[in-house]
Design a binder for this molecule. Structure first.
Ligand SMILES: [Zn+2]
Length: 120
């Protein structure tokens, strides 16, 4: 089991960026810049976002969780499934988790939220 606390969500920023993109104030290249690592991580460690990509409409939109923490050592900055995060909480008291939305088709990506996972 894991629970989350200290959630900071960036949904307002996401709406703002998408509005700017629709108005033509941001180029598609500037909002669709996911690199190979992020796309691959979303496919192997992520899960379906359950909604369409806001840029290209693809149904392949995914979310992937990245973990961070000083005590995590070389595990910090890696993509993990929820099951792996729950497992890691047996070894670490808390883990910072960033949830990133990624479209493998057009390379749209956005940090949706940052929160702390704790065992419980
Ligand atoms: Zn897309």
């Amino acid at each position: 089991m894991l629970t989350y606390r200290d959630e900071i969500n960036h949904l307002w920023e996401r709406r703002h960026v998408l509005r700017q993109w629709r108005r033509g104030e941001l180029s598609r290249e500037s909002v669709c810049d996911a690199d190979f690592l992020l796309i691959t991580a979303s496919q192997y460690h992520g899960s379906s976002a359950g909604r369409d990509c806001p840029i290209c409409g693809s149904e392949q939109l995914r979310t992937v969780e990245w973990i961070y923490g000083e005590k995590l050592g070389r595990l910090s900055g890696t993509a993990r499934t929820k099951e792996e995060i729950a497992e890691l909480l047996h070894r670490f008291p808390e883990i910072t988790v960033h949830t990133v939305e990624v479209c493998p088709v057009c390379k749209w990506n956005f940090l949706l939220k940052a929160r702390t996972a704790v065992a419980g």
